[in-house]
Design a protein around this ligand. Structure first.
Ligand SMILES: Cc1cc2nc3c(=O)[nH]c(=O)nc-3n(C[C@H](O)[C@H](O)[C@H](O)COP(=O)(O)OP(=O)(O)OC[C@H]3O[C@@H](n4cnc5c(N)ncnc54)[C@H](O)[C@@H]3O)c2cc1C
Length: 596
């Protein structure tokens, strides 16, 4: 493992909240109108001094605690549980109080600092990160975001010390991706208390939590969803056995059942009937934890792959000399830098109290989760047969990473969310253009006044005269990369407009097209974060800064090819054939052919 001092040097910069963010507008959504809100991503945010100081100590103590625990962590993976003494050690390290304000006895890290801690624990063990993350990112996040002062002072100090561990209870057997269809019920009693009935499944920390954030319907079937804080010790609360999982096996996953549980009126969390919105806000705000974890995992995989490639000799040479091995190591590095640049940009948005970062958070979740999966399989491949053996860490890394595209919003659903949110934003701007143009004809002077920046850019697009200029000095080496993002932001706007005009509301059913525009937006947002980060490393012609610029250039070229392909395939694709084929196979329930 790397020395603590080195780890601090590679700490991603984040969050000097004095930037000139336009907190009311979403950077990612604006890409669908062709607009790059440069001020919201350039210059790349820097870590606050307070976070830096705190992280120096925390990273050091995490390394000290986890270094040399390989065998114990492997036992936890094999046994499928973290021993109680291990969880106690996590408590003593202060890892349950990371995001809780100092006023409630927590450490009070920013989101950027928190994600950095999870990236450090993930260098050693994903399950450890999940135990901490399910507590901080989602389990008790609702209390931080929506709790009353009384609820906060009652629970947060105990949550900060780890005396209480928290879990987030949304999923049910009939309600996974469609979380709004939950059936757990909360019946209001004459004294204002509630009676809770239902069963939640696959709850991380389910078996060790003392406090659950539970989502239930408060007005019977079809009624609204509300959130409640429920103590595990209350009569009627029970949990099932530890699930026997593919990966992240050390973390606790169980069902949690509520049978006539009486919840006092004061444990309603947030407003009655606003629970679904609260659940989405909690998940959004918690996504940097997952992203930070993915980045930490990738850093370990890169270190493992590098060591293996250098030490393993075949055909009389270290395999590190072979082009196809080098390509994998380089690609893992590009992906890791891009994911890191994106995750800490999003943390900066959350810490700057941006109004809307939901699309950015979804992009970070999708990109970082898929990047660590690619890295895990590539590192395993570099290790060859050893990679397949349980004695080595690769197969566990691949199993552990596999959960990321599934939970906290399946990546398919995240892509639909990114695509639809972007199109909705573009659609609202289009109607503004329409009314502006109407006004131009009915009242030219007033009309020109309301011709906003979107309309101006749209006209510029139509006439080929681009208006956007980056308000910073782009290094010569990165000018082409910047031009790629400007060109494709414009192309995304044109494509979005065409999709909206052609399909109107029915665009919601065109999942393949939504995925294509979402993937273009992912490449644009991740690419621009990467570019900004590379510029922030300075102008040195050698070393980290020069390599950072090279990474940004590689990402931009790769993104260009993907974006061009996605946009081209909006017009020419095999969607109808594939849909027909799927229909036939689904009707048969099997593959039809055989060579017999
Ligand atoms: C290890 C683990 C830990 C978890 N921890 C928690 C927790 O702490 N708290 C909690 O509340 N939940 C938790 N979950 C639940 C998790 O969030 C859900 O598994 C996830 O939301 C997906 O729901 P599902 O598994 O029911 O899949 P489904 O909703 O059945 O979806 C299956 C697949 O169908 C596709 N799909 C679904 N809907 C669409 C659509 N509209 N369009 C296109 N494709 C679609 C996707 O490919 C998806 O992967 C956990 C799950 C696991 C496995």
């Amino acid at each position: 493992m790397a020395e603590p001092a080195m780890l601090l040097n590679d700490a991603p910069p984040a969050t000097d909240t004095t930037g000139r963010l336009d907190t009311s507008e979403s950077f990612a959504k604006s890409l669908f109108t062709g607009e790059i809100l440069f001020g919201n991503a350039f210059p790349y945010p820097r870590m606050s001094e307070r976070d830096r100081e705190l992280l120096a100590m925390m990273v050091d103590s995490i390394d000290h605690f986890m270094d040399g625990k390989d065998a114990a962590l492997r036992d936890m993976d094999r046994d499928g549980a973290q021993p109680a003494e291990y969880v106690q050690e996590l408590r003593e390290l202060g890892l349950f109080g990371l995001v809780i304000p100092e006023a409630y006895d927590g450490i009070g890290l920013s989101n950027a600092g928190y994600a950095r801690v999870l990236s450090q624990t993930s260098r050693y063990d994903s399950s450890t990160s999940l135990t901490i993350g399910a507590h901080s990112s989602i389990g008790m996040k609702g209390l931080l975001l929506f709790g009353t002062p009384e609820q906060k002072s009652r629970y947060l100090p105990r949550l900060a010390s780890g005396e209480m561990i928290a879990a987030f209870c949304l999923t049910e057997s009939g309600a996974g991706s469609d979380a709004a269809s939950i059936r757990t019920s909360a019946r209001k009693q004459p004294d204002g208390s509630w009676i809770l009935n239902g069963e939640k499944i696959w709850i991380t920390n389910g078996g060790i939590a003392d406090l659950y954030t539970v989502f239930a319907r408060t007005e019977g079937p079809g009624g609204k969803i509300s959130a409640f804080i429920v103590e595990a010790a209350w009569p009627g609360v029970s949990r099932g056995h530890h699930e026997d999982k593919m990966g992240i096996r050390g973390s606790s996953t169980t069902t949690v059942t509520f049978a006539d549980v009486r919840v006092p009126a004061e444990n309603l969390l947030g407003e009655e009937g606003k629970g679904f919105k609260a659940a989405m806000a909690i998940l959004n705000s918690g996504r940097t934890g997952l992203g930070g974890g993915a980045v930490g995992g990738m850093k370990t995989l890169i270190a493992l792959a590098t060591k293996q490639a250098t030490e393993r000799k075949q055909f009389g040479r270290p395999i590190a000399e072979f082009g196809l091995v080098r390509e994998k190591i380089a690609q893992m590095t590009v992906d890791c830098f891009a994911a890191e640049s994106t995750v800490w940009m999003i943390a900066h948005y959350i810490d700057s109290e941006c109004d809307d970062y939901s699309v950015e958070a979804a992009i970070g979740k999708v990109f970082a989760g898929e990047a660590v999966n690619r890295a895990a399989w590539e590192a395993l491949q570099i290790a060859g047969g050893n990679g397949y053996m349980r004695e080595y860490p690769y197969e566990q890394a691949a199993r552990d990473a596999r959960i990321l595209p599934i939970f906290e919003g399946a990546n398919e659903v995240m892509r639909l969310f990114i695509g639809l949110s972007g199109l909705k934003h573009a659609g609202s701007q289009l109607s503004e253009v329409k009314s502006a143009v109407d006004d131009i004809f009915s009242n030219p002077i007033k009309g020109f006044g309301v011709l906003g920046s979107y309309a101006q850019r749209r006209i510029a697009r139509a006439t080929g005269l681009r208006g956007d200029k980056a308000p910073f000095n782009c290094p010569a080496e990165l000018k082409e990369s910047l031009a790629i993002y400007q060109k494709y932001a414009s192309a995304l706007a044109t494509a979005s407009e065409q999709l909206l005009r052609q399909h109107r509301k029915a665009v919601i059913e065109r999942q393949a097209d939504l995925k294509r525009v979402a993937d273009v937006a992912i490449d644009l947002f991740v690419g621009l974060c990467t570019l900004s980060r590379a510029i922030s490393l300075g102008a040195d012609t050698k070393g980290d800064a020069a390599q950072g610029r090279e990474i940004a250039r590689v990402f931009a070229q790769q993104a260009k090819r993907r974006m061009a392909s996605n946009l081209r395939r909006l017009a020419g694709n095999e969607d109808q054939s594939l849909d027909r084929l799927a229909g036939n196979i689904l009707a048969d329930g099997q593959y039809r052919w055989d060579v017999l």
